[in-house]
Design a protein around this ligand. Sequence first.
Ligand code: ADP
Ligand code: MG
Length: 247
Amino acid sequence: MNHAISIENLHVSYHGNEAVKGISLTVDPGNLVGIIGPNGAGKSTFLKAVLHLIPRDKGAVTVLGNSIKNARKKIAYVPQRNDIDWDFPITVLDTVLLGTFPHLKWFKRPKKKDKEWALQCLERVGMQDFKKRQIGKLSGGQQQRVFLARALAQNADLFFLDEPFVGVDAASEKTIVNILKELCREGKTVMVVHHDLSKATEYFDQLILLNKELIGFGPVSEVFKPDVMEKAYKSPFTLRNEIGVTM
Ligand code: ADP
Ligand code: MG
């Protein structure tokens, strides 16, 4: 069986400053993986470089045994909210329809069946009643659900989400997490940049702990431990588990 994703010796720098240093890891299908680490640790850079949205200095990435270029249709990416232009005059439905574009020829207008599929995806995230709304005129949680619907519309095998819970209400967060867990049960692979450590053990199967370098990687129980976390956060670290007991 192919790995869902295989990363070897990934290096990225901005103007000579290394932001990601020598990361190697493999993730198998069906995992919900959290990418954690302090602010500026290179989490977003890592994700963008894996997807080849920014140049790499070095490194090889394969997705389900293919190059990123050949696997692009199988990958859905939801950027960090600051990277999205919320003033763009586009409706909720059209935003989701963009997710079906890999399946459309560029010169074709979306067909009825594409619209129906987009609406089904909106229904799955509970946003079907907002289909005509401009995306800027939604709450943070609604916006994130629409972008998840767009990713679903793409029918991808791998999902990459960058801080999907920032500015999101608790109900939307729950809806999104439940859908991500469902996707993993269907055998898909989901990688989520996430900085709220309080939910890390509840949400994820595996963690990638970054601070430029790979500090920890593996099952949550192996990474979410004070001695490992301290190496990334560089301050005495106390962790609370779900019932609020300090470990
Ligand atoms: P995180 O997502 O973990 O907060 P980032 O990947 O956004 O971290 O940033 C990692 C480092 O790279 C930070 O020091 C940041 O200032 C720098 N950086 C990010 N994007 C750029 C860019 N476009 N140009 C120059 N430096 C950048
Ligand atoms: Mg980031």
